[in-house]
Design a protein. Sequence first.
Length: 344
Amino acid sequence: MIHHDETLLKNICINFVGNQTHHEALVTSEKQAEVDEDMKELLKNYFLKSFKTDLLFEFYDDLKLANNQVYAAVQEIFTNPDILETQSAKLASLLFEASTNPRTKGGEFYICYFEGVILKGESMNAIGFFKSENKDTFLQISPNNENFDLETAKGINLNKLDKGCVIFNSDEENGYTLSIVDGTSKAESSYWMDDFLQIQQKKDDYFDTQETLNIYKDFITKKLPEEFEISKVDQADFLNNTMEFFKEKKQFDYEEFTTNVLKDPSVIESFGSFKSDYEQDMQVSVSEDFVINNAAVKKQTSSYKSIIKLDKNFHIYVHGNKNLIQQGSDENGKFYQLYYEKED
C-alpha cells in the first residue's frame, strides 16, 4: 500500500471527460480547485488508500519514450508544479481522445500534486490521475419540527475509487514508477492503461517472479506432456515442488531451481528451450537471478493448485507426497488408490 499519513495534497484540478461516441462533452477547468484543509484530507484518503505497490508500471512508447504525451506532461509538472492547470487541460484532452469505446463511462477527471508520498520507505512527490465514473444514491435525513424529511442525492462514494494512477517522481529516465487502480473489466479499462497512459509492467523482482512462475506452469502443463511420458500425478508433483521452492527461498537461482525441481537433464534442457521461445514470442527478458517477491508468489498460489480431474465425477487435490497415490486399471476401468493416516 501507499503510506500517506504525512502526505500533503498540494494542488488539484477537476475536469469532466465524456465519451465521444455518446456525444458527451469535454469540460476543462481554467484554474485549480479551491478546497479547505478538511476537504483535502478527505480527498487524499479517497484517492490514495486503495493503491498497492507490489505490482508497478512505467510509461513507454514503441519508438521513443519522449513520444508518450502523458509522460511528457508529467515531466513538465514535476519540473514546475505551478503549471498544473495548463497540463491538466492537456491531459483531460488526451483522455477524451482515448474515450471512444462505447462501454467507456464519462466522469470527473482529477489531476493532483502530492508531497511526501512514501514508496518502499522513501518519501517523494507524486502526481495522481483519478476518474470517478459511477455515482451512488445517498439518503439524506433532516429534522423538520417533530418529524424528519427524507431526500436522495446522487454522489461519489468515497470508499470506492473507480480509476486511478499515481506517478512517483522516481526512475524518470525509464518512464517513472506508477501504481494503478482500475475497478472495471479489461474490455472497459484498456483505454485507460493502453490508449491514454500507455504503460507497461515494470521489469522488477515482482515481474521476474511472476513471469518465471507463468513460464514454468505452462511448461509443465502443456509442453512437458508432449515430449515426455508423464502422469498427472508427476505434473502435480512438479507444481507442488515449485511452489515449495519459491516459498522457502529468498533468492531465485536458475541452476539451483532446475537442479532441485526438474532434476532430469533432458527435462532441464527442454525447459531452457521453452523459456527462450517464450521470451522471444512475448518480447520480454526474464532474469535467471533475482530476489523472490512474496506478493507475486502469493498471487500465483491459487493457479498452482494441483488438481487431477476425473471425468465429471471427481477432483483429486494433490498437496504433497506423490508416493501416496497409485494409479491402475481393472475390469471396471481406470482407478487411483490414495493412502492416508487419518480422515478429517
